[in-house]
Design a protein around this ligand. Sequence first.
Ligand code: ADP
Length: 216
Amino acid sequence: MPLIILTGLPTSGKSTRAKQLHDYLAERIAGTKYRLHLISDDSLSISRSVYDLSTVPVHTRSANASEKDARAAIYGAVKRVLSDKDIVILDGLNYIKGWRYQLHCEAKAVRTPSCILQIGCSKDRAQQVNEDRLKRSQAAAEQHGADATSDTTEPYEPANWENLVFRHEEPNPMTRWDSPLFTIIWEDDDKQVKKTFDSLWEAVAGDGRKIIRPNQ
Ligand code: ADP
């Protein structure tokens, strides 16, 4: 069953939509033999700081070890559960096209489809969300001490956030690994979101599902 890869700018609403998709799919597969998994940086306890290149010297940036380790952990978690009976939602930045290609190949190796769910959000709005989170976590830390931020979602440091936006590689539905591509934008209401989830289901799990052959 499919690997559904979310992608979008940092703090653009990916986790919110991933949870909605999880609820939608849980209902659709209730009473069947299928299992559902939601994998994310948070579920794997990966800190936002692993993506921070501002502390890494320019000439070693391509070898940023912490992000590589994080990707290895995510890859392992996906690989462990992905099968023809498991639906995997991968909530995360997934902003590198080579990484999405790798995940697509992994799905193909277990003869199950993959697709991309792109979360569209203006840069300004996403930035505002991160700034609000930064303010909240600073206020909480001042009030209760350093560990008081544990109950709020971790913000990105501003330079890290900016750099991730700069590095973001938009999915291209003309490529095999970025298709089929579904898009939900911040403003989409419940009706529109359900419509998109219905099309996604139909393409990768419904009757219209393509038979996957390893050499395709
Ligand atoms: P990301 O996973 O991309 O970092 P989140 O899903 O955690 O982003 O969303 C960031 C914040 O924005 C959360 O407080 C969430 O409640 C809010 N949010 C996300 N999507 C929407 C939306 N479509 N409409 C209103 N608020 C939203």
